[in-house]
Design a protein around this ligand. Structure first.
Ligand code: FES
Ligand code: FES
Length: 183
């Protein structure tokens, strides 16, 4: 597992999505936008994003830190949103799959996933893509073995792994070619 587990919610239990008597206003920066929502301190970042902000790109698979479907970035690092408290993200920049495309253009990793048919049901795909972009930035994609190891926190129940690795290799190799061309 190479995704940060961040701030744990209660032991193995699903966090509440509710706003209740213990709620307070929590200010989040999500995909470059400031958002303020009333939440109980125990609400996970995943539930805050999906249930309160309508950002359903991050998926709830296991809700206990074992599948990677909920992977988002906090301050540029990949984290599992189901194991991260929303309140712990105040003052930090949260990025979800909805924030990955810029200027109407898909991110190269999104394009590569489409070109390589790197999904079947698509449920794991947002988490795979958010993880894959960081994998390259972390410099851990030199070999297929490295890619498999450093993406091991992202489970694909459809077993699209060969295509996912092909997509990652393409983005890696394209980036290298661009670097060589400008050297
Ligand atoms: Fe978070 Fe599975 S939903 S790791
Ligand atoms: Fe179905 Fe990965 S594409 S779980």
């Amino acid at each position: 597992m190479h995704i940060e587990l961040s701030v744990p919610v209660r032991d193995g239990a699903s966090p509440s999505t509710a706003s209740g008597s213990g709620s307070r206003a929590i200010a989040l920066s999500v995909n470059g936008e400031s958002r303020v929502i009333d939440l109980e301190p125990r609400v996970s970042l995943l539930d805050a994003l999906r249930e309160h902000l309508g950002l359903t790109g991050c998926k709830k698979g296991c809700d206990q830190g074992t599948c990677g479907a909920c992977t988002v970035w906090v301050d540029g690092r990949r984290v599992l949103a189901c194991l991260t408290l929303a309140a712990a993200c105040e003052g930090r920049e949260v990025t979800t799959i909805e924030g990955l495309a810029t200027g109407g253009e898909l991110h190269p990793m999104q394009r590569a996933f489409i070109e390589h048919d790197a999904f079947q049901c698509g449920y794991c795909t947002p988490g795979q893509i958010m993880s894959a972009v960081k994998l390259l930035e972390e410099g851990n994609a030199s070999t297929d073995e490295d890619i498999a190891e450093f993406m091991s926190g992202n489970i694909c129940r459809c077993a699209a792994y060969p295509n996912i690795r092909a997509a990652i290799r393409q983005v890696r190799d394209d980036a290298r070619e661009d670097e060589d061309a400008t050297a």
